[in-house]
Design a protein around this ligand. Sequence first.
Ligand SMILES: [Zn+2]
Length: 232
Amino acid sequence: MTPREVAALIAYVVKLDPRLALDDQAAAAERLAQWCDLLSDVPAQAHGWDAARTARDYIARNPYRIQPSDVSRPWHTHKADQIGRHVGTFEPTAHPEIDPDDETGDAYVAALRREREAVAAGRIAPVTLRAITAGPAAAEVERRLAALGEYMPPSVKQVLAEQRPRRTERERAAVEGRPDPLDVSCIYEHCLAPVGEPCRNARRQVRTKPHPTRLDRAAAHHARRQEQETAA
Ligand SMILES: [Zn+2]
């Protein structure tokens, strides 16, 4: 929240709970500064979130004077809940900006990450399984199933997923917010796989599992990126 939004929120809670009124200008300024500090990473409004409503509900249900943490804690719970429900839109049609023939999948992985960040920040609604099984896509599947009878051919997406397990795994890691070993190169001396390429054994055959040193580096890389995200 911006200082202006925080000031508006304080004015609102004082109206709801007159005990919060401060006659002393200096004390009021100090409280504003404290609330601004503690609510700087909490939006006034986001998808499914309204700070003023949260404050009102708190005041309606509690005999205690509201604290900034009574707004920030529910926000962080809300944010975790949204991201927990988010399954990611794997359907390429959800990301029209991406070239469907991009074999590396890098652009798609980046899009899934941006999507996850937007959900975490409350800029967009999480894409849930419920949404996927109940939306227009589900209706389309129903229609096709009715036309086909019992038989349902494996979807193109399924076939692609089987042919591109690496890409699927990268997408999954991006959606779930896990480290992606292919984000870093492998420094194991018999492998030295570059970024985006799978690890290979001494006979240059693709390994199903990345080398442990690469996993470690990917985890460190991931932690750094998350730090940058939280700092941003
Ligand atoms: Zn390797």
